[in-house]
Write a protein that binds this ligand. Structure first.
Ligand code: APR
Length: 233
């Protein structure tokens, strides 16, 4: 039985990484247009990199939550895949291997001059904005900004997984950003059971077969260790 889990910032909230929307969300304190767009970067790469350096510092100190660890453990026992909107790499740090990153990864950088991509885990960055180790050009975070296309391969894999899911869980996402927010509906339309785990209601709630109104760790514990294992799978 294929289980596909779409995760959002909420699964990392329990690791101490701020979400974007909802209570205490980042976008309540910063305007996305000032920080997470190609235009913002063009206008002021230093400001954008100061924000990403701060977020990288937060994430470097964060530990995978119980929710990340449950998914990493279940991946060994079930045909389970993670599609994440998060760029923090916490699923991989928890041990998950089958992870599709829709919005890139905050630890990867890309040179705007020569196009090279590589991981740079320096915290804090010695120079802001950082320069390409190959050509000395300007580096940018290898993440998807508002108005940018998602990585084609990741998006295609995410559609394939959503179409083949028998159970689709949406965990810790406000389901407001497309095309990620479309994936649970694609899964449902092709016959999957749709399960939402989120302390708040979202636009997905009316479509969910099961809506678990808790945090990610509690919700995944409940779902996998009572609903699924309780009935045997
Ligand atoms: N457990 C589960 N969900 C939680 C928790 C928790 N402990 N705490 C908060 N949430 C929920 C909130 O209720 C909210 O619905 O997590 C969701 C976080 O929503 P967003 O902050 O909008 O994050 P996300 O849905 O991942 O945003 C999608 O928007 O800004 C872009 O690229 C960015 O990937 C991001 C995308």
């Amino acid at each position: 039985m294929r289980i596909v889990v779409l995760t959002g910032a909420g699964i990392s909230a329990e690791s101490g990484v701020p979400t974007f929307r909802g209570k205490g969300g980042l976008w309540r304190r910063y305007d996305p247009k000032d920080l997470a767009t190609p235009e913002a970067f063009e206008r002021d790469p230093k400001l954008v990199w100061e924000w990403y350096d701060w977020r990288r510092g937060l994430i470097a100190k964060a530990e995978p939550s119980e929710a990340h660890k449950i998914l990493a453990k279940l991946e060994k026992e079930k045909d389970l895949w993670v599609i994440t909107q998060n760029v923090d790499g916490l699923h991989q740090r928890a041990g998950s291997k089958r992870v599709v990153e829709l919005h890139g990864n905050i630890w990867r950088v890309r040179c705007v001059s020569c196009g090279v991509r590589y991981y740079d885990h320096r915290v804090p960055l010695e120079e802001i904005p950082p320069r390409c180790k190959e050509c000395g050009g300007l580096l940018r975070p290898d993440v998807v900004w508002f108005g940018e296309a998602l990585p084609q391969e990741a998006l295609e894999r995410a559609y394939e997984l959503s179409l083949s899911a028998e159970i689709f869980l949406a965990v810790g996402t406000s389901a407001q950003v497309y095309p990620a927010a479309e994936l649970p509906l694609i899964a449902k339309r092709s016959g999957a059971k749709l399960v939402e785990i989120n302390p708040e209601e979202t636009p997905l709630t009316p479509h969910a077969d099961v809506s678990i109104r808790t945090g990610a760790s509690e919700g995944l514990r409940r779902f996998f260790y009572t609903i699924i294992d309780g009935e045997g799978d």
